[in-house]
Design a protein around this ligand. Structure first.
Ligand code: NAD
Length: 336
């Protein structure tokens, strides 16, 4: 049986929409345009960008019709799949227009919106129109991260989770959003937060900020997040501390390293992490975009459910707002 080919389009041709494809170091596809062009199940029918210079670059490079607004694109054709890779404040108008046009699948970049209210409007509009809304907290789509979740949560390979710690850079709304989303993916809902502002860590965007914080989850599991200064170096790393060992997810989510506890060589009656047990598994060759589009296509084929939905995006925004409130109150506990 021949598989259906879905039409698609990309709105926003900046870094993650298109330009990252030109970075020789990144695994391909490295952008939304590259993702759509790289799939035999998708036909990229149009690109949308408000900046004239980027439109010219896109036309020359991809030989695909490029439009100055989503309305212009929709006059020609309404795609089955729409990537929204605009700046955060433009997510809401673009997604609302796409939902009104009944686009079947909308992929929205993270964070879902510039406010909790706007995120709620996007979810409601997509429910009303029957559009599936995917939020690109991309690790949820990665089979490797899904496997690590099964290992930790279902198989308890490091025992019961006691503590979690995560490092990020560039701002809470820029990268911290991925960390909070992944914490929710592994640990469930955040119940409370206590945070302080890290004034020494650089933010990618004005208005964003870096916070160091404790997040409380059910069963008294605590997670800490700490921000590092991207001007020195960047990172995204999580360590789960269990009752029988640790699992560290690093290389942006492509490597999982397990270290188990054993009887101490130096003290009777103590157990410690035994680094001789250290073993790791990696998926060096997996692009962050391919599994995203595979999930979208499987959902349109009615063979899967969206791995990251609007409600997840808004739940993260709610935690980020609570972190800001706590940091502004110099560490006051904020219950969610
Ligand atoms: N998932 C990830 O890991 C990841 C990584 C980087 C960026 N992002 C997210 O992707 C989005 C874009 O980030 P970026 O770094 O590519 O930003 P960017 O500024 O490089 O690109 C945004 C582009 O959107 C265009 N634009 C703005 N409003 C528009 C509109 N109404 N219609 C069409 N085009 C419009 C801008 O002109 C610009 O070219 C942000 O939400 C960001 O948080 C996600």
């Amino acid at each position: 049986m021949t598989e259906r080919v879905y039409s698609s389009a990309v709105v926003g041709l900046g870094n993650i929409g298109m330009l990252a494809e030109a970075d020789p170091k990144r695994l391909k596809p490295a952008s939304h345009v590259g993702m759509h062009l790289g799939s035999s199940r998708v036909r990229l029918i149009g690109l949308v960008e408000i900046d004239a210079e980027k439109r010219r670059y896109a036309e020359e490079r991809w030989k695909i019709p490029v439009f100055a607004s989503i309305e212009e694109l929709f006059k020609k054709e309404i795609p089955d799949i729409l990537s929204v890779a605009t700046a955060n404040e433009a997510h809401v108008p673009v997604v609302l227009t796409a939902a009104a046009a009944k686009v079947p699948a909308i992929i929205c970049e993270k964070p879902i919106a510039d406010s909790i209210e706007n995120g709620g409007l996007m979810i409601a509009a997509c429910k009303e129109s029957g559009s599936l809304l995917f939020v690109n907290h991309f690790r949820r789509f990665l089979p490797f991260v899904q496997k690590v979740r099964r290992q930790i949560v279902d198989e308890q390979v490091i025992g019961r989770i006691q503590q979690v710690r995560g490092l990020y850079a560039m701002g809470l709304y820029e990268m911290g959003t991925h960390l909070v989303d992944l914490f929710r993916f592994f640990l469930g809902e955040v119940e409370w937060v206590m945070g302080v502002h890290n004034k020494k860590a650089w933010n990618q965007f004005p208005g964003d900020y870096c916070a160091d914080a404790i997040l409380g989850f059910q069963d008294d599991v605590h997670a800490v997040i700490q921000s590092v200064d991207r001007k020195s170096w960047s990172t995204f790393e999580i360590q789960f501390v269990g009752t029988i060992g640790t699992l560290t997810l690093r290389d942006l989510g492509r490597t999982a390293e397990i270290v188990l506890a054993a009887d101490s060589r130096l003290y009777s009656g103590f157990r410690e992490l035994d680094y001789a047990t250290r073993h790791s598994e990696s998926v060096e060759s997996e692009s962050f975009f391919t599994p995203l589009l595979e999930n979208v296509i499987a959902c349109l084929d009615e063979k899967a459910k969206p791995a990251s939905i609007g409600e997840d995006g808004v739940a993260v925004l709610t935690v980020l707002a609570a972190l800001r409130q706590s940091a502004e109150g110099n560490g006051v506990r904020v219950d969610l």
